[in-house]
Design a protein around this ligand. Structure first.
Ligand code: ADP
Ligand code: MG
Length: 879
């Protein structure tokens, strides 16, 4: 039987060699206790000895540094040199499936690991049967659980030593990060700053530097913000006999034997190792990595990490990560970062380079947050957050790092918006007053009475327009809540006040739709429609009319912010579907006039807290009421096996003359992959399901005019079904479309599903929304529960709040929100609303004290703000 104390001895030696920093093993010496207890019991070690050793190990992390050397030396003397001849709880070696192929065996089995023999051990046990039930030799997995790790029982003659010790428990720590599991930093070569090229890393030459460049990595600074895509948690150390199928673990074990097999008829090779840790054995295998066999020689101690798998009823690890026991652990025994990869750069090497780059520079990065703010908000220091985001010590420290980095982004966003708002308000605009009679006339000319919500919003807008400071207002209202008429009346008010107005929509189709609506509502002739496709001669006339002021209103796409467009007196700018435009476009449109009033409209229901944050530069009006007579859209959550029924339903609707949308599942946040999925789904539906119907296809990779053409064909009834990715979200009216089928509905946020649903029910027909979930009935009940909310309410704000509660605010900062691309960490993180509030409050404090960020302690912050704001504006450009 292997002596479990041999491993401990090795760990203690390692600890001494490191200078007693409690990192002799990942997580600190006390982390070895459970494993030791298991192995010692299995090996039949004297319980009193084990208890003594365990006690000392547990106290070690709390010892002052000066006492540690003595403690280790002392502990060494307590370790038994050998084990009793027979273990108490025998383990059977796994039977390796006999192979017909020749097996390469290591020539000699080393002396310290004689093959354990279960039967012999049982027979020769020198001890009386222990009080706890004796484990029988495991024949098949899962292994029978051994008794709980031995604890000294009161009946045993152990005085409660612990109480006598003044350093019984570790001193309470205030820091969020447990110091115990720290990864030692690589020794940095002299003179490496954040702008050093990556070629200073070991093994990075010109070729690899080029590869890294493809990942956007040029300098140390780039590496710091190259955040892991995800993490694998291998921080759970477990004894082999406790492994459970499906869990991600690290084991510490001795290599029993390693063989290489050739897979029949192929060149591929499998390396199979049997590892033993005294509690049990496990066979692990690597495919196509024959070199592993050379390094995993019998007797070697290794840490092996992976997901526990099952093969023929026995647990196993396939292609696990592994490292020597004494190596610095980058990929076993801890939470392992997973980075985006590119061709020519392996995960292992990239992780090693990141470790160097981050280790060299992160600790020396200055912190832009003033100390008092950091303490108030309980945030990690910047350098520490960078270290932890890449190589987290614990899940808690990872969460703390995310919090810190997300906070930084949110704070910069808030500061930027606040500054922008202050700038806008500091300049004078023109006061545009509309007379009561003019307004009453317009209202009486409408085909319906305004809802109360519309009336309130209109009053807000009129009050803003009448003031000499420019309006900055966000009109938020669910799809169909009637934003257009509010915008039209605002434009009328501007005209009455003697100014011109412009309405900008994200697509040609929407611009045309608005043009028809506004001219219909206001019954005016001095309104122009300006599109990219407008013939040149007509454009010239429009330009002239806008320049001389004879045209009072222009409605169009981005064509209206072209350089050649000049206004005699632009007083009001309305931007529809705000999230398609960035902060930059808004600024540009604003620049067309002398500080015109700005009204931004969005149909994306955003919970109030978030709206205040994301649109911190805007005042808010909300249309929280639908015009009367709206029929709810019949919404159903379908399960996997109900898809055929859904197709049959679609077919019936089309036979009745209606049209339908099919939304493809959200594959990944990649336009390219999503487009491909849509192309495939379109082809499948066209060939296999609806060969007799005409199907359109819409995805984000298509050119703007291609998209417009597809939408136009659908609107004009030339296609029956429109297969689309989430790009269809933008508010196009197709009154004849009665059914919306959303595939993979469980992958979308409720707010987004609600947006999709808003595409139907715009005509007089009864409309339906079918949500096909990837999940079977009963599976993931909570996910289905979430979708059920769609059946229960038609109120976008209720759904948005629910989504916020269930899935966090990340999705509201998603890629759709052009202009928020700079919120990288905030987007990745399921950050809590309190953090957003916190950032807003802190921004307020900073801004109130030092609006220009001129104080010395705000110097770095000012620099970061400039860089961040550039990114915000850059991201806002719509192609
Ligand atoms: P959205 O907010 O999605 O832009 P629209 O402005 O397109 O909504 O309005 C949706 C529909 O509701 C339009 O057909 C419009 O004529 C109608 N509508 C708007 N306001 C009212 C109202 N107060 N009463 C009745 N119908 C209204
Ligand atoms: Mg609209």
């Amino acid at each position: 039987m292997a002596n479990p104390f041999d491993t401990l001895r090795k760990i203690l030696n390692n600890e001494a060699a490191r200078g007693y920093d409690n990192k002799g093993i990942i997580g600190g010496l006390d982390k070895y206790v459970p494993l030791l207890q298991q192995q010692a019991q299995a090996a039949g070690a004297e319980p009193a000895v084990v208890a003594e050793v365990v006690d000392r190990l547990q106290r070690y992390p709390g010892l002052p540094g000066s006492d540690r050397a003595a403690a280790i030396a002392e502990l060494m003397t307590r370790l038994p040199a050998s084990m009793p001849a027979a273990p108490r709880s025998p383990v059977t070696p796994p039977t390796v499936t006999p192979s017909p192929e020749p097996v390469a065996r290591p020539p000699q089995r080393p002396a310290p690991t004689p093959r354990p023999s279960g039967r012999a051990a049982e027979a020769e046990s020198p001890r009386p049967a222990p009080a706890s039930p004796r484990p029988t030799p495991p024949k098949a997995q899962p292994p029978q659980r051994p008794p709980e790790p031995s604890r000294p029982s009161p009946s045993e003659s152990h005085p409660p030593k612990r109480q006598e010790q003044p350093y019984r428990s570790a001193p309470p720590r205030r820091a969020v990060v447990s110091q115990a599991r720290r990864l030692p930093l690589p020794p940095a070569p002299a003179g490496i700053g954040p702008d050093a090229p990556l070629t200073v890393l070991h093994g990075v030459g010109p070729k690899q530097a080029e590869n890294l460049q493809r990942l956007g990595l040029n300098s140390m600074r780039d590496a710091l913000t190259f955040f892991p895509r995800r993490y694998v948690d291998y921080s759970h150390l477990k004894p082999i006999n406790r492994l459970e199928y499906g869990e991600e673990v690290t084991i510490i074990a001795t290599v029993w034997e390693t063989v290489v097999r050739r897979i029949r008829s192929g060149q591929a090779q499998i390396v199979q190792s049997i590892l033993s840790d005294g509690t049990g054995n496990i066979e692990v295998s690597w495919f196509g990595q024959p070199w592993v066999a050379e390094r995993l020689t019998a007797g070697k101690q290794v840490q092996v990490a992976g997901k526990v798998d099952e093969y023929l009823g026995r647990i196993t690890l396939r292609n696990p990560e592994w490292e020597d026991l004494d190596a610095e652990s980058l990929k076993t025994g801890r939470i392992v970062p997973v980075y985006p990869l590119t061709e020519g750069v392996s995960a292992d090497r990239l992780r090693r380079w990141m470790y160097e780059a981050v280790g060299y520079t992160a600790p020396h990065m200055p912190d832009a947050l003033p100390q008092p703010l950091r303490e108030r908000a309980e945030l990690l220091p910047f350098g520490e957050a960078l270290l932890q985001i890449h190589f987290p010590d614990t899940q808690e420290s990872l969460a703390a790092a995310r919090k810190r980095l997300a906070f930084d982004e949110l704070l910069l966003l808030q500061l930027g918006l606040r500054r922008q708002r202050a700038e806008w308000q500091s300049v004078a605009g023109q006061a545009l007053a509309v007379s009561e009679e003019a307004l009453a006339t317009a209202l009486s000319g409408l085909p319906y009475a305004l809802t109360e919500a519309q009336t309130r919003a209109l009053a807000d807008i009129r009050a803003d327009l009448a003031r000499p400071a420019p309006m900055n207002r966000l009109l938020q209202g669910d799809v169909g809540s009637g934003k257009t008429v509010v915008a039209a009346l605002a434009m009328l008010a501007a005209a009455e006040g003697g100014a011109q107005s412009a309405l900008m929509a994200p697509t040609t189709i929407l611009a045309e739709q608005h043009y028809r609506n506004v001219t219909g509502l206001l019954k005016r002739g001095d309104v122009a429609l300006l599109l990219g496709s407008t013939p040149d001669a007509e454009k010239a006339t429009i330009y002239a009319g806008l320049r001389d002021g004879s045209l009072k209103m222009v409605i169009g796409t981005q064509a209206i912010i072209q350089d050649r467009v000049e206004f005699a007196n632009l007083g009001l700018v309305v931007v529809d579907e705000q999230h398609r435009f960035g902060v930059a476009q808004r600024a540009r449109l604003r620049g067309k006039g002398a500080n015109p009033h700005v009204l931004v409209m969005t149909a994306t229901p955003i919970p109030r807290t978030l709206a205040l944050t994301l649109y911190g530069d805007l005042d808010l009006s909300i249309l929280n009421e639908m015009p009367p007579g709206r029929r709810p859209i019949d919404t159903r959550v379908l399960y996997v096996n109900e898809r055929e029924r859904a197709y049959a339903f679609l077919r019936r609707q089309i036979q009745q003359g209606r049209q339908a949308f099919v939304i493809c599942p959200l594959v990944e946040e990649s336009d390219k992959i999503e487009a491909k999925a849509a192309v495939d789904e379109h082809a499948r539906l066209q060939k296999q399901v609806f060969p007799d119907l005409r199907l359109g296809l819409l995805h984000g990779r298509m050119k703007a005019d291609e998209k417009e053409e597809v939408m136009r064909a659908f609107r004009d009834g030339e296609t029956h079904i429109l297969v689309s990715t989430s790009v269809v979200e933008v508010g196009v009216d197709v009154p004849n479309a009665s059914t919306m089928l959303v595939e993979g509905a469980n992958r979308f946020g409720l707010a987004q599903l609600h947006q999709f649903r808003g595409r139907v029910g715009r005509g007089t027909h009864l409309s339906y929304c079918l949500l096909a979930s990837d999940l079977g009935p009963g599976l993931k009940a909570d996910e289905n529960e979430r979708l059920k909310a769609m059946e229960q309410t038609q109120d976008g704000f209720v759904l948005a709040e629910k989504d916020l509660e269930l899935r966090g605010p990340g999705q509201f900062l998603g890629t759709q929100q052009a202009g928020f691309g700079a919120l990288r960490m905030a987007k990745l993180t399921r950050l809590a609303v309190p953090l957003i509030d916190l950032a807003r409050r802190e921004a307020e404090t900073v801004f109130a004290a030092d609006p220009q960020l001129q104080a010395p302690e705000h110097g770095l912050l000012a620099g970061n703000l400039a860089a961040f704001w550039n990114a915000v504006e850059g991201a806002g450009d719509v192609s």
